[in-house]
Design a binder for this molecule. Sequence first.
Ligand code: PHE
Length: 404
Amino acid sequence: MRRIAPMLLAALAVLAAACEKKTQPAPSGEGGAQATQQGQPAAPGGGNVPASGDVILLGQVGALTGGQATFGISTRNGIEMALKEANAAGGVKGKKLAIRVYDNQSKPEEAAQATTRLITQDKVAIILGDVASSNSLAMAEKAQAAGVPMITPSSTNTTVTQKGDYIFRVCFIDPFQGYVMAKFAREDLKLNKVAVLQDNKSAYSIDLSDVFTRKFTEMGGKITTTESYSQGDTDYRAQLTAIRKTQPDGIYVPGYYSEVGVIARQAREVGLKVPLMGGDGWDSEKLFELGGSAIQGSYFSNHYSPDNPDPRVQKFISEYKATYGGVPDALAALGYDAARVAIEALKRSKDLSGPAVRDAIAQTKDFPGVAGTITLDDKRNAVKSAVVLKVGDGKTEYVTTVNP
Ligand code: PHE
């Protein structure tokens, strides 16, 4: 019974999703969707529910705990919403959709292992995830080798989709995102000298830092210094002091919210008053809490703005709020979009085999996502606009849109 109980729980969770029983809105992950029961490594093997004839199983690997926890949770909520809608509308090919979710604890090794589990045990039709590019890179390796299609909702590092023809994304890539902020810094903020502070443990951060540096310099700006930290660090004063000495008029910090919030406070502490700028990795409601007033007035590039008046976007926001009780961030929007692209592809696909589903995803064209219209190019990337947001008091403010 000991061993069987978790299996039954997991099975029930999948079926509950498939049968469209109301799942708990659980931002913490506790009882939320299927994450806790299925994702915990505490029950090894316990998550293996044989694919049933009536259910098409999808998989998600995401950070539900650790330094990027809000990323996985928001993404999971968005995916869950898309699945519920699709099931309510009759499912796909006469079957209901269900999702198996594994927590990667914000670590690439865990992400790789969870992906293998989705492939070999759960035999999912499509893998969704992750957010942080370093995790998606680890996952893509496994998915490509096994010939299981993977769609990352939000990993922007160029190399993720270069892992092979089974790997897709529904967001823009960092060469564009870096350009967006360089242009904004030069043309809107009129900055001349910017310092860069990058996370050396993140493929995303390193690349974005490079692109920004190149573009900002091409536009006639000067980079005063490039300093670095490692994800999880808590003291950035040495780097910030070194930055202060170069007297920049802005600082580009292409990291994740968990570190950026703290960096903002310490920057003010060491006497740096200039604006901070960053990328989509800042996007989390936790940023406001961690950064407090120190982060207000800073800018970051992102995939979507909740201020977008488009009825499609506003409808998504009000439905999301009703279920999960907060304004959806870009991760939720992109999770929703990625799941809907996956579902549409499953509908169009001639069967559920890897190659057929891959071909169907590749044909995604003019798909109306809430974070922009999605057309996948021949490199399996979406070409989309970006927005620049300003950090306000407990919320972001839309500033501008930049088209590719
Ligand atoms: N683009 C980031 C990465 O590739 C992840 C991210 C996307 C974070 C959107 C927040 C919002 O690592």
